[in-house]
Design a binder for this molecule. Structure first.
Ligand code: ZN
Length: 146
């Protein structure tokens, strides 16, 4: 299978069968992220224990790229500490903006690397970064996410 085809399958799979689209009981941080230019609207919930993200989930709706991206992101950040999650958000956004093209760096993103092609679709950039941006924002400004 061609790599681009494989990437498309990964995005479709997360969009059609999301793993983390669910309510989190008693979340420590909750934040809504909206991308008005496309109509993507998510609410992300995180549970934290000693700075480690122990569980996460999201609700909402939006286009395939926004939904698949947030689902893959949640996959990536569960079990990681805050600093690491924020760092990964930086790698992801760098990849989407086309600033990070190093394969080793992108590999760290695991399945989320499937969205690298969005770098060539400026109109979809906001869709792809919505979940990551929301997560980064809530971890960096937890006072605004309760
Ligand atoms: Zn969108």
């Amino acid at each position: 299978m061609e790599l681009k085809q494989l990437y498309r399958e990964i995005v479709n799979e997360h969009n059609l069968h999301p793993v983390h689209k669910k309510t989190i009981e008693n979340p420590d941080l909750v934040m809504r992220g909206v991308n008005p230019s496309c109509g993507d609207d998510i609410t992300l919930s995180l549970k934290l224990d000693n700075g480690i993200i122990t569980d996460a989930g999201y609700e909402g709706s939006g286009c395939a790229i926004s939904q698949a991206s947030v689902d893959m992101m949640v996959d990536q950040i569960i079990g990681k500490n805050k600093e690491e999650a924020i760092r990964l958000a930086g790698v992801f956004m760098g990849m989407i903006k086309g600033e990070i093209t190093d394969e080793g760096a992108i590999e760290e993103l695991d399945e989320a690397a499937a969205l690298q092609d969005v770098a060539h679709m400026p109109a979809r950039v906001k869709c792809a970064v919505l979940g990551w941006h929301t997560m980064q924002e809530m971890l960096e400004n937890p006072e605004g996410a309760k």
